[in-house]
Design a protein around this ligand. Structure first.
Ligand code: XIL
Length: 298
């Protein structure tokens, strides 16, 4: 196969990218994105601040721009994200306790109703665990509503759109030896044991010098999959874009039957949220060495 999406499809997987609505007018960008990828994650357009700018008033204009571009070009969409400590609208940041809990539930219901039946997988909860050695939850206004906020989010989401896979998504959970990885693993294990609906775990995979790729990532993917969830690489970027590391990540996913696909967090280096790291597979109109490494590995 001669594109990432077609190559991934040979093993029943997808290869995706984050898409920014503001770049859809750039034909160099859309040409690469349309040719190479068959899954789309809106980079910012389905986040709470974008979709519910005022309480109870939903705005899907940017989310729909990305969604429609994807579907009109034959791609599926990962929804990102419903409950997160960051990129909350101002009104939500002010809330706490039972009113915030209700606002979270209403937000999940409102957004998922709009996209009902149209989303491959939703990142229902994003980044709820703390960095460092605690293995525990991250402090946030959502966490302070009670430790059960995550399972409430997932139960709400299952009822709102039974057709979507429901994912927990986080970063720094790729290294099996890290406490944060173990914390998320234990939560997923507990959810599966108690019947809390969860279908997948998203490993953001933002690799850099502070959180480098480690070959035990494959062990992590295997161990999570063994709990009975799909695993997905959801926001891949690698500082410096080492071809060897990109190939290793690709091979880790291919080694795990329940690894459904890989998404890079942007198309070209210039589109990256960490553009100074030149972490992606394209530069300008050109394929980088990491692109060939990934394509050959798929
Ligand atoms: C980032 C976007 O790429 C930026 O454009 C935005 O300014 C901040 O958010 N983890 C996530 C993503 O789950 O939503 C983040 O995206 C990157 C880290």
């Amino acid at each position: 196969a001669s594109t990432l999406g077609a190559a991934a499809a040979q093993s029943g997987r997808y290869f995706g990218t984050a898409i920014a609505a503001g770049r859809l007018g750039d034909s160099n960008y859309t040409t690469i994105a349309n040719r190479e990828f068959n899954m789309v994650t809106p980079e910012n357009e389905m986040k709470p601040d974008a979709t519910e700018p005022n309480r109870g008033q939903f705005n899907f204009s940017s989310g729909d721009r990305v969604y429609n571009w994807a579907v009109q070009n034959g791609k599926r969409v990962r929804g990102h994200t419903l409950a997160w400590y960051a990129q909350q609208p101002g009104w939500m940041q002010q809330l706490s306790g039972s009113s915030l809990r209700q606002a979270m539930i209403d937000h999940i219901n409102g957004v998922m109703a709009h996209y009902k039946g149209k989303i491959y997988a939703w990142d229902v909860v994003n980044e709820a665990f703390a960095d460092g050695n605690s293995g525990g939850r991250r402090d946030s206004n959502l966490q302070r509503t009670g430790n059960d906020w995550i399972e409430v989010a997932f139960r709400t989401a299952r009822n709102a759109d039974p057709a979507a896979k429901l994912c927990y998504n986080d970063y720094n959970i790729e290294n099996w030896t890290w406490a944060k990885t173990q914390g998320v693993y234990n939560m997923v294990k507990d959810f599966k044991q108690r019947g809390v609906p969860i279908d997948c775990v998203g490993f953001q995979s933002h690799f850099n010098s502070g959180s480098p790729y480690n070959s035990n990532f494959r062990t992590t993917l295997q161990n999570f999959a063994a709990l009975g969830v799909d695993v997905q690489i959801t926001e891949l970027d690698i500082q410096g874009a080492s071809p060897t590391t990109y190939a290793a990540v690709t091979n880790d996913c291919l080694a795990v039957p329940r690894c459904n696909g890989i998404t890079t967090w942007g198309v070209r280096d210039q589109d990256s949220w960490r553009s100074g790291d030149t972490p992606l597979l394209f530069s300008g109109n050109n394929k980088k060495p990491a692109y060939d490494a990934v394509l050959n590995a798929l």
